[in-house]
Design a protein around this ligand. Sequence first.
Ligand code: PRT
Ligand code: ZN
Length: 210
Amino acid sequence: MIRLAIQKSGRLSEDSLALIRECGIGFVSSSYKLKTEATNFPLEILFLRDDDIPGYVQDGVADLGIVGQNVLAEAGLPQLQVEALGFSKCRLSLAVPRGEAYSSVADLQGKNIATSYPEILGRYLAGEGVQAQLHTISGSVEIAPSIGLADAICDIVSSGSTLLGNGLREVETVFRSEAVLIASPQLPQEKQRLLEQLRFRMQAVRRARR
Ligand code: PRT
Ligand code: ZN
């Protein structure tokens, strides 16, 4: 039996469940259960917060997981990725108040930037040779400039309407992300075989969708 961790409730949940179903794997899920067993494949599904998934897979509590590359990179575990899944595409971007002059990332030197992604942003700014004060907040990052908490923000963007609605302008793409399948580094041979079967089916689903 192989254990797969997916997001319990959020933007990844529905597409993760749909992918498993399209792989021909049957299971009964209910909103209050934290795990379920597949009916026709040796698979157990765990329902967790997305932020906890990379660590659990790294530690072998779960064998596999489905998570956004943004969360994986922030956890410092990009090497766990085995397959890109093509859904939940988004980007992590820097944004400044719409009225603010901005010509390049050098303009952020010495500024206060609010983000939930201090690791990814810190690496990006270091690569650009920019020093800034990062303020880590876990949600509602977009309101930080309007309440005087920061000069700029770095957050997930998909349509851009949240930035627009908060008077912000996207100025740099820091990281591009999509959902990925991740696997524990040291899977025993039997689980490795099950992983290969799952990957094969996932690839077939993606080809059929195109
Ligand atoms: O409770 P749990 O910790 O499990 O969930 P969560 O609240 O941390 O994550 P969730 O469900 O919001 O997102 C899960 C994953 O979906 C993220 O880690 C990304 O990989 C991916 N994803 C795709 C997004 C978006 N699109 C997205 N638009 N995650 C967040 N957003 C938010 C963003 O933070 C911003 O507030 O949506 C807003 C921007 O959207 P637009 O369309 O207005 O630009
Ligand atoms: Zn989360």
